[in-house]
Design a binder for this molecule. Structure first.
Ligand code: SAH
Ligand code: SF4
Ligand code: F3S
Length: 441
């Protein structure tokens, strides 16, 4: 082995699934340069922090992590530290000014230039936050080795044109871009050939997908899902995150027609008050959202719904917050994420005064109590039902495998080891807040 072939890369990832997907692509790009992945930052020659800028807390994590890496750099002056992801895009060279131990900063649309940046950083900090017109994925290698897990992410669309008043994503990820369908089909087929059984299609607004189709036309997300449905050996398809305004009839129909499309949907609404939704620039009302959910559930009655909520958006009154509680009660979520509003630099809402931390905390606690009760009810409702589970890892108890149900609930089952990576019929016998217990049916 040459000297270069022995180098080690450690990647730490925060934020959404898109960052998880990107981290894998970066690791593959660096593998082509002779870097081997390591879980141990202490033995790495290159450390990449793939960061998230969505809320202040998330963004600040990178600086505390960089502080922790200081002793490693003191011990090994050849160690290189890079910041990637949405903080890299938002703050660029400021990161190096604030924390000089950083050797390189690379924005999410420039990952195909990573090997070049690493080389350039020999001569001082290298920063690349361009959003070049070429598709980074065209230039990033696709893995050929057996997949580590039977589930995989596949980014089909990136960026966002929606400009919700609170959100940094349109600035950190740029405009909406869809990848050509033929490439995605080829990538999905390659994943299945490596042993993947379940693919989750990713996009900041995944149902805004409108990629070039192999037939010369433009494909919708539903067109793409229908094509992937025909891939032999692929057992399950999911997609996330979708936006209510891009939910077309053909996607609703796909939920009714396509058995491989799992009955789980993450469809954020953020708030239940029309005044707040308007101030957020969501461009839909609470009633329109509830009506849409009704139409999707008519196509797929066993759908388990998940959502995102923000409490304490600037100007939100108590009565407006209660509209959110009412919407949650009307819809019924099996799972959800809820956050206190965080003012983000450069977004329109950041100019406005917040509701104050005590009010926001109190509202979040009330919303989470309601969402928590709904989640428990959904877990309990699974008991006695038959579903399928895709086994992803071994359980803590001997002879146990753990996987996900069709509703994306974690499920522990006593099962022979050869079911690992495969889908089996399971009857749910017990429910806890965050996991289920099942028996092979
Ligand atoms: N594209 C997706 C969401 C991307 S961000 C969508 O439109 O739904 C993931 C979630 O983070 C958002 O749904 C929102 O609930 C939350 N979020 C985004 N910006 C936020 C902010 N400034 N403060 C608090 N939560 C925020
Ligand atoms: Fe952010 Fe809104 Fe775009 Fe979602 S749709 S990424 S919340 S701007
Ligand atoms: Fe965070 Fe960027 Fe994803 S801000 S949520 S990592 S798109």
């Amino acid at each position: 082995m040459t000297e270069a072939a022995k180098k080690k890369l450690h990647v730490k990832t925060w934020g959404c699934q898109m960052n998880v997907y990107d981290s894998e692509r970066m690791a593959e790009a660096m593998a082509a340069q002779g870097y081997e992945a390591t879980e141990d930052a202490g033995e790495a020659d290159l450390i990449l922090l793939n960061t998230c800028h969505i809320r202040e807390k998330a963004a600040e994590k990178v600086y505390s992590e960089l502080g922790r890496l200081k002793p490693l750099k003191a011990r090994n002056p050849d160690l290189k530290i890079g910041v990637a992801g949405c903080v890299a895009q938002a703050e660029g060279a400021e990161i190096v000014a604030r924390q000089p131990l950083v050797d390189l900063v690379v924005g999410p649309q420039a990952y195909h230039r990573l090997p070049d940046l690493v080389a350039r950083s020999d001569r001082g900090a290298a920063v690349d936050t361009d959003m070049p017109p070429e598709d980074k994925f065209d230039h990033l290698p696709v893995a050929r080795t057996p997949a580590k897990r039977p589930t995989a992410f596949l980014t089909v669309q990136e960026g966002c044109d929606k400009f919700c008043a609170f959100c940094v994503v349109p600035y950190t990820r740029g405009a909406e871009v869809s990848r050509p369908a033929a490439r995605l089909v080829a990538e999905a087929e390659a994943l299945v050939a490596r042993g993947v059984k379940e693919i989750t299609l990713l996009g900041q607004n995944v149902n805004a997908y409108h990629g070039d189709g192999p037939d010369g036309g433009t494909w919708s997300l539903a067109d793409l899902i229908r094509r992937l449905h025909a891939v032999e050996g692929l057992a399950r398809i999911r997609y996330t995150t979708s936006h209510p305004n891009d939910f077309t009839d053909d996607l609703i129909a796909a939920h009714g027609d396509l058995p491989k499309l799992m009955p789980y949907l993450h469809l954020p609404v953020q708030a239940g008050s029309d005044r707040v939704l308007k101030a957020m620039n969501r461009k839909h009302t609470a009633a329109e959202y509830v009506e849409l959910i009704g139409r999707i559930r008519a196509a797929r009655p066993d759908l388990l719904l998940s959502g995102d909520f923000i409490v304490g958006f600037p100007g939100e009154t108590e009565a407006e917050f209660e509209d959110t509680l009412r919407l949650v009660e009307a819809v019924g979520y099996g799972q959800a994420y809820s956050f206190k509003y965080s003012a983000r630099p450069g977004t329109p809402a950041a100019e406005k005064e917040g509701v104050g931390p005590e009010v926001a905390s109190e509202r979040l606690a009330r919303l989470q109590a309601l969402l928590g009760a709904q989640q428990r009810a959904a877990q309990e409702a699974a008991v006695g039902r038959e579903t399928t589970v895709l086994f992803e890892k071994v359980g803590r108890l001997p002879g146990q495998l753990v996987g996900k149900t069709e509703h994306l609930q974690a499920c522990h089952v006593e099962a022979p080891a050869d079911l690992m990576g495969r889908v089996a019929k399971v009857r749910i016998v017990e429910a806890a807040a965050n996991s289920l217990k099942g028996e092979l049916a």
